[in-house]
Ligand binder design. Structure first.
Ligand SMILES: [Zn+2]
Length: 149
């Protein structure tokens, strides 16, 4: 019996749980603190620095985010500095070609994307999974219905 690969509904594992509050109020745990984070792809060819409070993280159900598992935070391009890999990155585009998905040609990791915000601001979508020092469990993740856009 062949099983059809039709179970592509994006409504399983919903991250509605919220951040685990294990520690009592230790005091120094500041949330929404603007900080510079290093990040990049898996092999290290693509490296960048981004400055953000990483307050809002999006889990999108569009066709590419579903497959890549990206968790995105959006920052102005001025807060993003690509330090290495610029010449090698693959600029993958699809659909309306509105977003430039920047893929490392060696390890295949898409650690960020470039786009233009609704008000025309150059924007970078950083895959927070690719940041060096982020505690994914401490993030509040918002579901985004990119599939219907
Ligand atoms: Zn790489």
């Amino acid at each position: 019996m062949t099983k059809s690969p039709a179970d592509t509904k994006g409504n399983s594992a919903v991250a509605k749980v919220g951040p685990a509050k294990a520690a009592p109020d230790g005091g120094s745990q500041q949330k929404s603190e603007r900080k510079t984070h290093g990040g990049g792809c898996h092999c290290g060819k693509v490296r960048y620095e981004m400055t953000s409070d990483v307050a809002k993280v999006i889990s999108c159900n569009c066709s590419i985010c579903t497959k890549s598992g990206s968790l995105l935070t959006f920052i102005p391009a001025t807060e993003f500095k690509l330090k290495s890999g610029a010449a090698d990155l693959i600029d993958y585009q699809f659909n309306k070609h509105a977003i430039h998905h920047m893929v490392c040609p060696d390890c295949g990791i898409k650690s960020f994307a470039r786009a233009t915000g609704p008000d025309g601001t150059p924007t970078v979508a950083v895959n927070v999974r690719c940041l060096d020092d982020i505690d994914l469990k401490a993030l509040t993740i918002t579901e985004f219905d990119g599939r219907s856009r």
